[in-house]
Design a protein around this ligand. Structure first.
Ligand SMILES: [Zn+2]
Length: 305
């Protein structure tokens, strides 16, 4: 029987992220590595559940390149040699870090200007990238996965689903035999996954929430008994939660419909108030992803790219 153990790792914000240790009788794989600040905590848990049994870690699988998921990766690789495996399109992000992060930061700045954001809101939306860029160096990737692949290591067998929307690299790992999936940040029990704000090669924003919404339907159709998300409690009725998530996005979008009818395209602060009321400054970055996602769902995103 393959065991799945979620390892709680503290986040700087006070929350918790759960990398997942997957163990068979003779192999072990870690899915994600948690935060940089929480690394010692992760290491202690690996000692307790793996190294004390004199067992090695065979591979690291990455769900996506957000700081709370790969923050501890470089520290882990300083202590042991283990292959890192990610989505095929994510190799440059890890191996040429922080170039792709800084390119994204430049894209966010240009978008914030195009959207007419200014003052403290602009500063908030574009903040944080320099600090993140300084935290790591490049990480080599040994192997890649894409949608439809099966990751196999001894008895461990995981179907790979590419699930963009929260993040363009996002992978979900499905254990068909146990009707279980390790779902990263794509679905949560008590809140909705924040849609990504992402860009194509020319710096134009691409719609993320329509993709996330579609992928949640795909996930629902798997009718899984159990999902292990990277934050919050485990999920039992995965189809119901996935459909509920998708419906919550659609309801959020509907609140904006009266404002964008007849081709009207009001400024972002007005839309933000209509969708969320007064948004405290620190939440602007997160809420902007939802807002732009809602506009994309309504087919009105073109004016906000
Ligand atoms: Zn996360």
């Amino acid at each position: 029987m393959i065991q799945y153990r979620r390892l709680p790792v503290p986040m700087g914000s006070g929350g918790t992220v759960y990398p997942t240790l997957v163990k068979s009788a003779d192999h072990a794989v870690l899915i994600d590595t948690g935060t940089r600040g929480g690394f010692e905590n992760l290491w202690q848990q690996l000692e307790e559940h793996l190294f004390l049994e004199a067992r090695p870690l065979d591979a690291i699988l990455m769900t996506h390149a957000h700081q709370d998921h790969y923050g501890g990766l470089q520290q882990l690789l300083e202590r042991m040699t283990v292959p890192v495996i990610c989505w095929q399109g994510a190799v440059e992000y890890y191996s040429a870090y922080p170039d792709a992060l800084l390119r994204r930061a430049a894209n966010v700045e240009e978008l914030a200007s195009r959207l007419g954001l200014s003052g403290p809101i602009y500063d908030q939306v574009i903040s944080g990238y320099d600090r993140l860029a300084a935290q790591h160096g490049p990480v080599p990737i040994q192997s890649t996965l894409e949608d439809g692949d099966v990751f196999q290591l001894g008895d461990i067998q995981l179907s790979v689903h590419h699930h963009p929307g929260h993040h363009p690299h996002a992978l979900i790992f499905v254990d068909v035999a146990q009707s279980l999936a390790v779902t990263g940040d794509n679905i949560f029990l008590k809140f909705r996954s924040p849609p990504g704000v992402e860009f194509d090669g020319s710096g134009r924003r691409v719609p993320c929430l329509p993709a996330l919404s579609e992928n949640l339907m795909r996930l629902a159709q798997l009718n899984l008994d159990r999902a292990l998300p990277s934050h919050g409690p485990e999920i039992e009725d995965v189809a119901q939660v996935a459909e509920g998530s998708r419906n919550a996005y659609l309801r959020g979008a509907e609140r904006l419909r009266p404002l964008i009818e007849h081709g009207q395209r009001p400024p972002i602060p007005e839309l933000m108030r209509a969708a969320f009321g007064e948004v405290p400054l620190p939440y602007w970055g997160l809420r902007l992803g939802f807002l732009l996602g809602y506009l994309d769902l309504l087919g009105a995103g073109e004016a906000y790219r």
